[in-house]
Design a protein around this ligand. Structure first.
Ligand code: FE2
Length: 325
């Protein structure tokens, strides 16, 4: 079966072609800025401008024709309404034109499913991206959120902090590079509340007490050490609580070299396996949407056009999971 996956929850517009669970192509174009953040309307304009180009690239790379596609999978939520709508219209149009079934996919669950393609059987997912920061695991017939951010996603926090120190969007790679040269650890607010984390207090503290008063390299180093320790404390506790021996990383922030390193150390210390998909599958990508759509369709799911509305606020644990036993 040939699956066409479409991703458009935020700054990335992606199209992937899969043959069952084998990824044939995984193309994308992401909205970026030199200074300032992501403006939803401009991001949606970007997606409109490049959607057909990305589709053509994906088909060419997969050596497939559009009429060979058997199933269209798209990110139905959660995400930015402006962006989700472009992907949904694109998916619905293709489904109607080609007369092929449509399947709406939860973006957060897709990050976990692509991790299982790496060999993880029953993992805890540390999903660290711009808008989303969640610890997810399959338990009792559902993907459940064991911990999450109480305010901003870790990536949005890093982007906002990055803007404060003059970096463009996304700021994560710049912070990662600067942090490598940091030597001095600056004590920052460490906010783990039960199984949840919070970044707003650290950001306020950075703005009021640290930025402009300390070396930027040391600040980036301290931000990474503190924020990632918070994430891994909660992830480790979820692993212990659920008795799971596998950790999967997902989300754009998981491309960070220090987060990868700290995750491997934590897993090694507790005798667990750490699965880190290659960067093209960590960031927002259409391959994970195509794969999850395929798994869902095989289990008998389909999304008729009338139910294909975007779901900006869909929660991971709202999704009925009938494709796992
Ligand atoms: Fe994501």
């Amino acid at each position: 079966m040939i699956i066409l996956g479409i991703e458009s929850t935020a700054h990335t517009f992606g199209v992937a072609i899969l043959d069952d669970n084998k990824v044939l192509s995984n193309e994308k174009d992401s909205y970026t800025t030199e200074t300032g953040g992501m403006i939803p309307t401009k991001t949606a304009d970007h997606h409109v401008e490049i959607c057909d180009i990305v589709l053509k690239q994906a088909l060419k790379k997969a050596n497939k024709k559009i009429n060979e596609v058997d199933l269209i999978a798209f990110s139905q939520g959660p995400g930015i309404g402006h962006c989700l709508r472009i992907g949904a219209i694109f998916a619905r149009s293709l489904s109607l034109l080609l007369n092929k079934p449509l399947i709406g996919v939860n973006h957060c669950i897709a990050h976990l499913e692509i991790g299982r393609l790496e060999g993880a059987k029953n993992p805890i997912l540390l999903y660290a991206s711009g808008a989303n920061t969640q610890i997810i695991a399959y338990d009792g017939g559902k993907y459940r959120i064991f911990g999450e951010t109480l305010d901003t996603g870790v990536g949005n926090f890093l982007d906002s902090f990055g803007r404060d120190i003059g970096l463009g969007f996304p700021a994560g790679p710049g912070i990662d590079k600067l942090a490598e040269k940091g030597k001095k650890y600056i004590q920052l607010p460490y906010s783990v509340k039960g199984m949840d984390v919070s970044f707003a207090g650290m950001h306020t503290f950075l703005r009021n007490k640290v930025i402009g008063k300390q070396k930027v390299e040391d600040i980036c180093y301290s931000v990474q050490e503190t924020a990632f320790a918070m994430l891994l404390e909660v992830a480790e506790r979820a692993m212990a609580h659920c008795d799971k021996k596998e950790l999967v990383l997902g989300g754009g922030v998981a491309c960070n070299t220090r987060l990868k390193e700290m995750s491997k150390i934590m897993c090694k210390e507790r005798g667990a396996k750490c699965f880190i998909p290659e960067n093209q599958y960590l960031v927002d990508n259409a391959a994970m949407i195509g794969l999850t759509g395929y798994l869902m369709y095989k289990a008998g799911n389909e999304t008729p056009i009338k139910n294909s509305e975007i779901r900006s606020y869909e929660r991971t644990d709202d999704v009925v999971v009938n494709w796992r036993n």
